[in-house]
Design a protein around this ligand. Sequence first.
Ligand code: ASN
Ligand code: ZN
Ligand code: CA
Length: 331
Amino acid sequence: YQGIETGVGNTQYSGKVDLTSVQSGSSYTLTDGTRGGHKTYNLEHGSDGTGKLFSQDSDTWGDGKASNAATAAADAAYGAQETWDFYKKTFNRSGIKNDGVGAYSRVHYGNAYVNAFWDDNCFCMTYGDGAKDAAPLTSLDVAGHEMSHGVTSNTAGLEYSGESGGLNEATSDIFGTGVEFYAGNSTDVGDYLIGEKLDINGDGTPLRYMDKPSKDGGSADYWSADVGNKDVHYSSGVANHFFYLLAEGSGAKKINDVSYDSPTQDGSKVTGIGRDEALQIWYKALTTYFTSKTDYKAAREGTLKAAADLYGADSTEAKTVAAAWTAVNVS
Ligand code: ASN
Ligand code: ZN
Ligand code: CA
């Protein structure tokens, strides 16, 4: 017998999930035959090559604990699956290059490596095992963030420095968050925090906050002339804040039990248009109007054009795009 099977993943961060594998005789490989053939490999603490394709004689992957090598694989495969489905269902995009071809993922990179990264050259995702090899960087928002770097490379190509670098990073936070809300997993509901499951700071705080980016101690809430000199993970704050205001509006709000309080530069009040439309506007701007050199001023213009294309130049959506940029000091 040979065919595509629906198996089970016991993940570390998203509970028990369905995963697709390929069965051949009595053996299964962690290959997603329904989503461009995405495969998940074990680097076994190495740092180059492809590693070993996860393969076993049952289609239950991992046991929810980092000590089982297949657990990180289950999270990574789930992240790739949900990211694929998010782009397909939300934007009708078939994979990172929109050509129906799946990427591949590698887990257990290096030793206690506290990062994850997308690589355009191998067209692959890589995850470290995190602190003490026990907190792999495979949470859903991080998976969606990293693979969205591939989408940005294959569309606008935003240069990874200066203001365009901040926009590149924000695009990954925006769509990584989109993936998390899309999956709507019972143990992994959506939020506007990045990396909240990983505890990289060691004190329970997330890596980034989209409602008020400065809560991380480094990110910019508002545009300033020198914002492009900051690290791209900090200059991204302006666009993350813009997106939060556009989708959810200013002031205090609770979503899925998490409290947010989003300020504006001039004390103005912004009423959000909702996540779905905000995502459509960002994606259209990224894929139609943004280029490698887009800065914050050009991002305002690009998203205004995108909103006009989608909803009309005089629409509430277009007016809210303008108001949300003004609220983060981009005018
Ligand atoms: N995790 C980092 C990021 O996506 C790694 C990198 O490629 N800069 O921002
Ligand atoms: Zn990134
Ligand atoms: Ca999150």
